[in-house]
Ligand binder design. Structure first.
Ligand SMILES: Nc1nc2c([nH]c(=O)n2[C@@H]2O[C@H](COP(=O)(O)OP(=O)(O)OP(=O)(O)O)[C@@H](O)[C@H]2O)c(=O)[nH]1
Length: 141
């Protein structure tokens, strides 16, 4: 049987100094406590950008500026087959508030947080390559 994809919008918030934003998955969700990029499922009728803007308001209390899809990846978890639409975001407004009880951290390379959701490894690899850095996914298990 073919599994249906769950479409997900994910934001790579990049600060002017190059730091990127990661946050922990809230209690009660699969992989609770794992570090991830902010985002969530795309609802019927939403574009990736609209879903991402809504999710970041819901989770973090910030309103993002323009967001274009940079990469699309897939990951097959036991709980879902996900298709991740990754957007780099450079502009946002508002004050960060952890509205789902999560923890957030601005991370410079090399990243210090563990464990990271495996579905984010390919994008971490590309981001590291852009900076000429090595990335070893095994370190993030
Ligand atoms: N936000 C986010 N989701 C990711 C990342 N990597 C990754 O594999 N995913 C997967 O994408 C899916 C996102 O769903 P979610 O549960 O966070 O979305 P949501 O907030 O809309 O959930 P809900 O409405 O069911 O509570 C999960 O299966 C998650 O494992 C990532 O870096 N960020």
């Amino acid at each position: 049987m073919t599994r249906k994809h769950t479409e997900v919008a994910v934001g790579i918030l990049l600060r002017a100094d190059g730091a990127l934003l990661l946050s922990t998955r809230p209690a009660g969700k699969p992989y609770a406590g794992y570090w991830e990029f902010p985002g969530g499922k795309i609802e019927a009728g939403e574009s990736v950008e609209q879903a991402l803007r809504r999710e970041l308001i819901e989770e973090l209390g910030v309103t993002i500026g323009p967001a274009e899809v940079w990469k699309v990846t897939e990951h097959d978890y036991p709980h879902a087959l996900v298709r991740l639409h990754w957007c780099k975001v450079h502009d946002w407004r508002g004050k960060f508030e952890m509205r789902e009880g999560q923890t957030m951290a601005w991370q410079q390379w090399p990243l210090q947080v563990r464990p990271v959701l495996p579905g984010a490894y390919p994008v971490l690899q590309w981001l590291a390559e852009e900076r000429g850095l090595a990335f070893d996914a095994a370190q993030f298990d």
